[in-house]
Design a protein around this ligand. Structure first.
Ligand code: ZN
Ligand code: ZN
Ligand code: ZN
Ligand code: ZN
Length: 428
């Protein structure tokens, strides 16, 4: 009985032993069958060298595959080992991938790698930026051995000069540029851009528009109601305060100036610096300026020169003392207003009268001046308001007028070339 038990245990041990080993034997058998029996027969083929994906071309795709093999993301087969081992060190590394890429982009020829370069002397022509030389260069690929003989100096640029005309928005520019390499030897602004030369605002429906007389550019605005505040006879003791009020509301106005109070002459530059328009009214504001065209011009020119000296502005706008339709000039010289208004326009000076009078010469209070002005502004698209900044009442009326305007959709502007012309016909 004891003997039987012993042999039974031996049999069980043997069985367990066999069952444990069986999977290993089976696994080995599987491994043998997964090996590709064909790969070991791959032979080197010069035309397939480097063409890893066998599409008949050597491209960056081949280089990419080699790189995957080098980092073992892809299995290296004998085929790849034979046809991708550019440096023939019997392994696929990133170095092979790099060379494959050089082949793909034509820096190297696969035949040069297999058989060596076909070195021939080559002349590299000089350019404007690089010198020329003779080097030993491969006739098949771009390989050069780095030797340089027969150095040829850098060529001179082939400079071509051109000048563009200044336009409204672009500077006039002189350019000297190499026609071969594009190098710019010289580039100078010969004339600053001209700025648009607008015609007068035209109102059409709810839009006003002005068009450049030079280039046709049109600017539009939906602020069709415009008030041009104009101040005559200053600068004087209240002008500085007025400039402060205008600054407070960011309103631009126009000053037709005189030299009646020379101690306030320093305000001329402040008027211009604040962005207001400045024009000639008169040096002296004496009616005797209308004695002759010469006496008028002497007075005008002297004031024009003071403005130029103080502000640098060569103003082209002015207002006749008393307005173009004054009759007081008749007792000094018959027909002087007719002839002067015509001549001044011919000489390029533009005069502006007014269509709103604030009546500050009638001794009105500030509130009455403001009310009279507001009443006339209402219902007008364009108001050119006659005011005098040598009167404190006028200056104090300005805030109320501005507040009314801003609250009711009016735009305040300084006179410029786009301001609609308001001119009286001369009666003398
Ligand atoms: Zn070569
Ligand atoms: Zn050049
Ligand atoms: Zn223009
Ligand atoms: Zn005046």
């Amino acid at each position: 009985m004891k003997k039987t038990v012993k042999s039974l245990i031996a049999v069980i041990f043997a069985a367990v032993f066999l069952i444990t080993l069986l999977p290993f034997a089976f696994a080995e058998e599987i491994n043998e069958t997964t090996q590709d029996p064909g790969t070991s027969t791959v032979e080197f083929d010069e035309n397939k060298f480097g063409d890893i994906n066998e599409d008949g071309k050597r491209t960056a795709g081949d280089a990419r595959l080699l790189l995957r093999c080098a980092v073992e993301l892809e299995i290296i087969t004998d085929h790849i080992l034979i046809h991708g081992d550019y440096d023939k060190d019997s392994q696929i590394t990133s170095g092979d991938a790099r060379v494959a890429l050089r082949v793909a982009v034509g820096l190297e020829s696969v035949f040069c790698i297999l058989k060596g370069h076909e070195i021939m002397p080559a002349v590299i022509e000089p350019t404007c930026t690089t010198e020329g030389y003779t080097t030993n260069k491969c006739s098949r690929c771009s390989f050069a051995d780095g030797s340089k003989t027969d150095i040829l100096p850098v060529k001179e640029h082939e400079l071509q000069n051109s000048t563009t005309q200044a336009t409204c928005t672009e500077d006039g520019i002189f350019t000297s540029e190499c026609s071969v390499c594009g190098h710019i030897a010289q580039r100078d602004i010969v004339e600053a851009s001209l700025g648009h030369s607008f015609g007068i605002w035209e109102i059409s429906g709810a839009i006003k528009s002005k068009t450049c007389k030079r280039c046709g550019f049109t600017e539009e605005s939906d602020k069709i109601k415009t008030v041009y505040l104009t101040f005559d006879d200053g600068p004087g003791p209240y002008t500085e305060k007025l400039l402060g009020y205008l600054r407070e509301y960011n309103v631009k106005a126009t000053f037709f100036v005189t030299n009646q109070m020379p101690r306030y002459r320093y305000l001329l530059s402040q008027i211009v610096n604040d962005g207001h328009a400045i024009g000639v009214h008169s040096l002296t504001h004496q009616w005797s300026i209308y004695s002759s065209s010469n006496s008028y011009l002497n007075d005008f020119n002297a004031m024009h020169q003071i403005i130029l000296d103080e502000t640098g502005v060569d103003t082209k706008i002015f207002r006749f003392p008393g307005g173009t339709n004054n009759t007081v000039s008749r007792s000094y010289s018959r027909g002087i207003m007719s002839s002067m208004s015509k001549s001044m326009l011919e000489w390029g000076y533009n005069y502006y009268d007014w269509n709103v009078d604030c009546y500050d010469t009638a001794g009105y209070s500030s509130s009455r001046i403001a009310q009279a002005t507001i009443n006339q502004i209402k219902g007008r698209n364009t108001s050119i308001v006659l005011m005098h900044d040598i009167k404190n009442t006028t200056v104090e009326a300005v805030k109320e007028i501005i507040r009314f305007g801003l609250d009711n959709g009016y735009e305040f502007a300084a006179i410029d070339e786009s301001t609609p012309l308001v001119r009286f016909s001369p009666v003398n």
